[in-house]
Write a protein that binds this ligand. Structure first.
Ligand code: PLP
Length: 376
């Protein structure tokens, strides 16, 4: 039996999503067909869209189903440059690769400017605001892309302030909300932005399905071309079973939002206390050790006597603990985590929580760490 502490990489499917997906397997009609079987499938897709839009305080037409977070992030960046004419892009080197690699691909068309950050991974929004003011003076309409919660260190960006300064200076805003969607209450009427991203498998939904939020009137072109699905915004027959799972996982997460937040806050607080007691030299990467400035799902720690050999995550895996040395997308990559590298941290282990994680899991984890051979 393994103990799963890698929920920022992905979460187990919840029973509600599984049941909804099994039921949706019967809906074999193509949602684009006008006959009764097609209409049944279409009704499910539109109901999920409507429910998600109601929870986010946006219009159903602003929710466009995609294959997940990567597609939504790629689409926002590409469209801003190709269609909306953003020639300057403010971004962060601490973003997920779904953003950083797209920025690299676009960098030869545009001016890509990295937003400065400090040793904790906090970005300098005063600097950004001054740049945006200068851009407005010069008649430029840039795009700002800054993630809401960092998947490796949990740092939370001040989305309200980002929304305000981009509105004040006529800039576009994309936020990769993959780690916060269905974990925090998001209200896109109160906190307007042009683009956001969702991935169902981060909140107990299925993999390979998510959505892009695109504010009405933004005027993007389809990223995938073909049929007229998704009101002409995203071609391809809809992933009806995936959308059913996404809808059920999203509805469950919204219904349990406060309860889950309190539970994960307790588990994370307990993990911080237990690690501090067991390893007085422990350090927490980024803001992950500060519950007020990081998401309750993520804790990234470094213990010199455990990490220096570079084998910790491997040793933990052998003992049945699923953890990560960074984001799942980069953990196998040569050179390790670009986020920890950016923070000049010597390394770290990310443990990440879900509503299914218990204090007993943390006890077992800290006990396993204490039992590992240490470097002298
Ligand atoms: N953005 C962030 C912050 C993520 O954590 C992930 C997943 O690891 C993604 C984007 C990519 O999402 P998906 O796996 O749905 O493509």
């Amino acid at each position: 039996m393994s103990i799963y502490l890698d929920n920022a990489a992905t979460t187990p499917l919840c029973p509600e999503a599984k049941d909804a997906m099994i039921a949706a397997l019967e809906l074999y009609g193509n949602p684009s067909s006008t006959h009764s079987e097609g209409r049944k499938a279409k009704a499910l897709v539109e109901r999920v869209r409507k429910d998600i839009a109601a929870a986010l305080n946006c219009l159903p037409a602003e929710v466009i189903f995609t294959s997940g977070g990567t597609e939504a992030d790629n689409w926002a960046l590409q469209s801003s440059v190709d269609v909306l004419g953003a020639i300057k892009l403010y971004h962060s080197e601490l973003e997920h690769h779904a953003v950083t690699h797209m920025v690299e691909a676009l960098a030869h068309h545009i001016e890509a400017v990295a937003i400065p950050f400090d040793a904790y991974g906090d970005h300098d929004l005063d600097w950004l605001e001054a740049q945006l003011a200068a851009d407005r003076q010069a008649g430029r309409k840039p795009l700002v892309s800054l993630m809401h919660a960092n998947n490796e260190i949990g740092n939370l960006a001040d989305l309200d302030r980002l929304s305000k300064i981009t509105r004040d200076h006529g800039a576009l805003l994309h936020s990769d909300t993959v780690q916060t969607m269905a974990h925090l209450k998001l209200d896109f009427a109160a906190t307007p932005l042009e683009f956001a991203a969702c991935s169902a498998h981060k909140f107990h939904g299925p993999k390979g399905i998510g959505f892009a939020y695109i504010k009405q009137g933004t005027g993007v072109q389809p990223f995938i071309r073909g049929g007229a699905q998704e009101r002409g915004h995203r071609a391809g027959t809809e992933n009806v079973v995936g959308i059913a799972g996404l809808g059920a996982a999203f509805a469950t997460a919204m219904a349990k939002l406060d309860e889950d937040a309190a539970h994960m806050t307790d588990v994370k607080t307990y993990a911080i206390e237990r690690l501090r007691a067991a390893f007085p030299h422990v350090r927490f990467n980024g803001r992950s050790g500060d519950l007020n400035r990081s998401l309750f799902t993520v804790l990234n720690f470094y213990v010199p006597e455990l990490h220096e050999g570079g084998m910790l995550n491997f040793q933990l895996d052998l003992q049945g603990f699923c953890v990560s040395g960074g984001s799942a997308c980069s953990s196998g990559a040569v050179g390790g985590s670009h986020v920890l590298g950016g923070l000049k941290s010597p390394g770290g282990t990310r443990i990440s929580f879900s509503r299914m994680t218990t204090r007993a899991d943390i006890d077992a984890f800290v006990h396993a760490l204490q039992s590992l051979p240490k470097l002298d």
